[in-house]
Every structure is written in structure tokens, then in C-alpha cells.
Design a protein around this ligand. Structure first.
Ligand code: SF4
Length: 504
């Protein structure tokens, strides 16, 4: 019976889920990692190698059989070596009368005073317990394994983070890590597959998505109802509601509103969300949408479709928008325009200034008109860039004034028989067909990292052209969805394809 530090990672990442631990323990088939996940793995390896290069007097133990590495680790510590790379630690632990072998391989043991500190390299920049409990628990486990192996606690636990800083964590004897291992051991020992509610965000990057999602659809799992949180699923199941048809049949809005989260740090009730959840469940049961109210779309002859492609903070780089895409649709359609951050040291600023120029041109040509986007990303980033580089001519302020977030308009007006209101899901529902296949936000980020890394200008241009074409299709999709929503306000709105719109 084995437990390891990587079990802790599997329990938390890409999202907290015990079923993942169970399925992996049983050797269930997993899908290949996504393209962006691969990029992160590569960046992580590079980050670790560059830190390794910066250290002197290193004993490298990253190859060979595990037992031999464990022996060499003990030997290297006895010899008081300065730095030990990829040491292998092992100790045994009894949980509920069963003996488990626990293993863990931190990145470095570094001689400190008359002992050793443990250091791990992570590309995450914020190493708080809230953001990355798995890092804290893994480090605690390494500390415990070290103490059990050498009879003395580590001098410190340190993380070399993505921003290139050393973050110190407090070693508390491994208590929290061991508590988590107990939970994981329980999951590994159970003979029956544990129930775990699916969730759109929770499951989308998980290697068992291919398996769990269709199964949840097959049993009409109540977790598929848009707006139902994970804790609600557990509470509803306590009340005998496992499938959404039962929710519709046996629950009323008032009863659902009273459903209360079990006591924890603070309690929460379904409350006002109950009406929307019941409508969503009904839409799923009926397999058709329910109009709640006409969508509150501002009247205009023309609309700018507006969508950004960006990267989260990575290693030393802050979050950045590398493509600002815009196009006027409606009575006076315009051409697709995009502002790209170039690859020079001022690329981020140049991309922002080019966006302001393009948006300024549009406002000049069309006057104030709605800038339609999907979700809060565009608004958040315009504000961020105003803070970062300013808004010399007030164009960003005008764009902010004219922003129309299409997502809440859709959510508030129509209950869709769908588990998500992401643009990709809604556009498919209304019958919009993309010409570019296997694309998406993660795909675009992976292509962008390739474009940054390549030295070949021709290849870089080809990659940026692909991302631009993808962004342009996002705008077309958003226009199609906006028109579909407008048809709910004015049933006589003729649905016009993007090509029609471009031809005027
Ligand atoms: S797909 Fe979802 S429910 Fe299944 S193991 Fe992954 S996170 Fe858990």
C-alpha cells in the first residue's frame, strides 16, 4: 500500500477531486494532457533546470532505481553534501491499522547550518495556502519524510516560485499533510467507486473528463444543472435527489431556497438563486430553452464585437493581452481589426496603444456604439491596462462606458438546456459552426508560447495568423449569439451570417 506526494497533487489539481485519486489508483485510462498543460510542464522543467544551474556543489540523484536513490540520498546527507538534487525519501505510516509506504522526492536538499532545508521549484507565483494548498501539503510531507528519515526536522521549507523569489513555508510537523494522506488512503482502499459531482470548470481540464461527463449525462445528474454548486449536490442527494428530473418533480423553488450549506466557517443558503436553478433544471428536463424575459440589449444600428486573447502571469511575466480583436457588425459592417503585442521589450505597451488607436478610429467613424463582449475578462483587462499604461486620449474610458457583457444578458433572459453558458457552448446550441476546429483559449495560449519561443520569423507569423483567425471566429460567433438573443426581443430580426454582414 503506497502513498506519495504526487497523490496530494492528484487530489487537488487541476481541481479538487477524490474520484481522480481513486481512478488513477485503479489504473483507469487517462486522456493525454491538453496543449497548454504541456506548455506549463515544459516551462516548469525549464524553471527547475535554470535554478539547478544557479547552484554549486550539486549531487544529482535524478536517475536510477528508487531504492538506490533512497540509499544515495541517505549517504549524501551523511556526507554533508552541499546540494542534493532530486533526493528520494521514504517512511512508513500506519493508518487505521494498515501500514503504508509513503514516498516523496523534493527537488533539492540544501545544506543549511548543521542541517538541511528543503526547496521545491514551482511555476506558480502566489504560494498561499488558499491558492495552492497542494504545494503547502506536499512541502509539509517532504518535511515529515525528512524528519522520519534523518531524525531531525528540516531547517526550513522553501519554494522557488515562478516570479524567481524564494518563499518560506512554516514546517508544522506534517500534521495537515498526514491528515490529507488519511483521506487519500481511505479513497484508495474503498472497493466501490466514490460519487463525485461533475462541474463544468472542475472537470474541463481533468484527464477523466472523457469518462465522467458522459456518465453524468447518462444518469441526468443534478450536478449538470447550471447554478447548482458542489455543496448543493451533496445536500440534494441527502434529500434523495440525484437526478435533475427528480429535482423538478419533488422540489419547489421555496424548498430549494431553504437548502443550507452544512456548518463550516460560514453558512450559506441557496436563497434567491433557487428560481433560476429550478428553471435551468426544467429546461434540461424539457430539452428546450425557457424565455425568462426579453434580453436587455441596447438598441443600436451597429455593434462592435470585442474579444481579447491573453496569457495569465507566467514565471517573470505579468498577465498580458497579446491580441485585441474588434469588428463592427450590423447595418454598417466593418473589417476585422486586431492590435497585436509585438515581441520586443515594449510589445505589451505597443499592443495597448494600437488597440486604443483602433478603438478610437471606430468611435470616430461610428460615434458611441456598444462594444459587446462575453464575460468580465475584457472589462477587467481594459482597467488593468489603463492602470499600467494610461489612457492619454480617453478612448479606453469611452470603450468602458460602452461595454455590454453579453453573458449576463443571456443568463438573465433565457434558461438554456445546457450545463454551461460559455460562448463555445451557447454558439453550438444556436447552430453556429466554426471553420477552425480543435481551437480554444488553451490552444491559442499554447500557440502564442510557441510564437514567443521560435526564432523563425516565418513560423512566428504563421502562428500569429492562426490565433488571429481564431479570434476573428470568436467575434463571428459572438455576433451570431447576439443576433439570436435579439431575435428573442424582436422575433422578426432576420438572422444574418457573418459573411452576409461583411458583404453588407
Ligand atoms: S472528470 Fe471531474 S468528477 Fe471526474 S475525476 Fe475529473 S474532476 Fe473528478
Amino acid at each position: 500500500m503506497r502513498l506519495s506526494a504526487s497523490d496530494i497533487y492528484a487530489y487537488h489539481r487541476p481541481s479538487p477531486c477524490g474520484l481522480r485519486v481513486y481512478l488513477r489508483h485503479r489504473g483507469e485510462l487517462e486522456s493525454e494532457p491538453g496543449e497548454y498543460e504541456e506548455v506549463l510542464r515544459r516551462l516548469g522543467e525549464r524553471h527547475e533546470r535554470s535554478h539547478l544551474k544557479s547552484l554549486r556543489g550539486v549531487v544529482e540523484l535524478d536517475t536510477g532505481m528508487r531504492e538506490e536513490r533512497e540509499r544515495l540520498t541517505r549517504q549524501a546527507v551523511a556526507d554533508e553534501q552541499e546540494v542534493i538534487y532530486q533526493p528520494a525519501l521514504r517512511a512508513s505510516l500506519e493508518i487505521a491499522g494498515v501500514r503504508w509506504e509513503v514516498t516523496g522526492d523534493p527537488d533539492f536538499l540544501i545544506r543549511w547550518g548543521d542541517g538541511y532545508l528543503i526547496r521545491d521549484c514551482k511555476i506558480a507565483r502566489r504560494i498561499t495556502h488558499k491558492d495552492h494548498p497542494e504545494i503547502h501539503h506536499q512541502m509539509e510531507l517532504y518535511g515529515w519524510l525528512f524528519e522520519r528519515t534523518f531524525g531531525t526536522p528540516p531547517r526550513a521549507l522553501e519554494v522557488y516560485n515562478g516570479a524567481g523569489e524564494i518563499v518560506e513555508l512554516t514546517y508544522k510537523g506534517g500534521t495537515r499533510a498526514l491528515q490529507e494522506l488519511e483521506v487519500i488512503a481511505g479513497i484508495k482502499r474503498t472497493s466501490r467507486e466514490p460519487y463525485e459531482p461533475v462541474g463544468w470548470t472542475k472537470c474541463k481540464d481533468c484527464s477523466f473528463h472523457y469518462r465522467c461527463w458522459p456518465q453524468a449525462e447518462g444518469r441526468k445528474d443534478v450536478a449538470l444543472v447550471y447554478g447548482v454548486d458542489q455543496w448543493m449536490v451533496h445536500e440534494l442527494r441527502e434529500d434523495g435527489i440525484e437526478a435533475y428530473p427528480k429535482l423538478v418533480e419533488l422540489f419547489t423553488e421555496e424548498r430549494l431556497a431553504r437548502l443550507t450549506k452544512p456548518a463550516g466557517t460560514h453558512t450559506s443558503r441557496v436563497g434567491k438563486r433557487a428560481g433560476s436553478i429550478m428553471r435551468m433544471a426544467q429546461a434540461l428536463v424539457d430539452g428546450r430553452e425557457i424565455l425568462i424575459q426579453p434580453p436587455a440589449i441596447p438598441e443600436s444600428d451597429d455593434y462592435v464585437m470585442f474579444d481579447l486573447e491573453g496569457m495569465p502571469p507566467q514565471l517573470q511575466e505579468p498577465a498580458k493581452i497579446y491580441l485585441w480583436g474588434l469588428q463592427v457588425y450590423g447595418r454598417h459592417p466593418g473589417e476585422f481589426r486586431s492590435a497585436l503585442a509585438d515581441f520586443g521589450p515594449e510589445g505589451d505597451r505597443n499592443g495597448w496603444l494600437e488597440f486604443l488607436r483602433l478603438a478610437g478610429e471606430m468611435l470616430e467613424e461610428n460615434g458611441d456604439l456598444p462594444f459587446v463582449h462575453w464575460h468580465s475578462y475584457e472589462k477587467t483587462n481594459i482597467r488593468l491596462y489603463v492602470e499600467r499604461y494610461g489612457d492619454p486620449d480617453g478612448v479606453a474610458a469611452r470603450v468602458l462606458e460602452n461595454l455590454v457583457d453579453c453573458l449576463p444578458l443571456a443568463q438573465e433572459s433565457i434558461a438554456l438546456p445546457l450545463p454551461s453558458y460559455s460562448l463555445k457552448v451557447v454558439e453550438k446550441y444556436i447552430g453556429f459552426e466554426r471553420k477552425l476546429h480543435n481551437t480554444g483559449g488553451d490552444w491559442a495560449m499554447a500557440r502564442y508560447v510557441e510564437a514567443v519561443e521560435t526564432e523563425d520569423e516565418f513560423e512566428r507569423q504563421a502562428l500569429m495568423n492562426l490565433i488571429t483567425a481564431y479570434n476573428r471566429e470568436d467575434l463571428e460567433a459572438m455576433w451570431a449569439v447576439l443576433q439570436w438573443l435579439r431575435s428573442k426581443v424582436q422575433p422578426d430580426v432576420k438572422l444574418v451570417s457573418a459573411e452576409d454582414a461583411e458583404e453588407g
